[in-house]
Design a protein. Sequence first.
Length: 318
Amino acid sequence: MFDIPVAAIATLLQNHPCRILLLDELGRLLEAYSSKSAASFERQIVTTAIRMWSSASGTYLGKSMAGKQPTPIERPHLSIYGTTTPGSLTRALKGSDITDGVINRLILVHVDHAQQREREPTAEAKTPPPALVERVKVVARGWDGVGGNLSQTETGAVAACVPWSAAAKDVLAGIGDYVRGALEARREHRELWVRAREQAARIALTVAVGCGEQEIGEEHLAWAWDLVRWSTERTAELVAQHVSEGPEDAARQAILRALGARPLTASALTRAVQRIDRRTREAALATLLDAGEVVRESVKTRTRSAQVYRLATTAEIT
């Protein structure tokens, strides 16, 4: 996807406004978006995706190319299914990604369990099982006979209104209350919750249409909200642990991660964060001690006393 110009993505959506793009190494895309050395078209990919996301219920107008006026795209729905490793993602994220609306437009699914063993194929790629072929055909036909990406049909936008059930409207109002409470209660990373209600509504619509329903039901929205809330909470944990605003903030997070498993002596802590220069490390540690997030204790050994650092307990912080 990195080699696809923004104009080509717009052309795809002009022919068929609902598209899904598959992308490996999503972390690289996010890193290119915020990198000073990235090519201009790499930065424009994420910017364009954000603008299309916000134009999903209206009209998207791209830039004029070679003196030609852009072709309007009605109700663009561009979805990017991306995969990446946790390390690649956390290296790519910057504090600005949280505040400028990139991350809160994503549904991040964190996979914590061990990688599954590879399975031996049960069929040849050239001769797929007939049952699988029939399932793919169903996906290609889409809802109500409107083909999706797999259909290779280039039709115009087919607008359809999918109403909410009365019960779903009540659930949506409750979600709005929850989000407002989350915004009021949280001081850090509040931006992650700004679009949670809208994300849940969009996913509920997708689930309802995918099930062939004529309205969005309570069960569709409940499922969508469970996913969005879980993803947002896990993303907030990831951001708090790995996304920094500067060198000292990054050092502070590294120290907290190092002390997360067990208390460490001064020398062991230095080795754990040895990539951080001494001045930055000492400044970050002093900040954590002053804030009460880290506690320094004297522990007796066989020969002498040693200084040990550990994370403060909840009772000590409060």
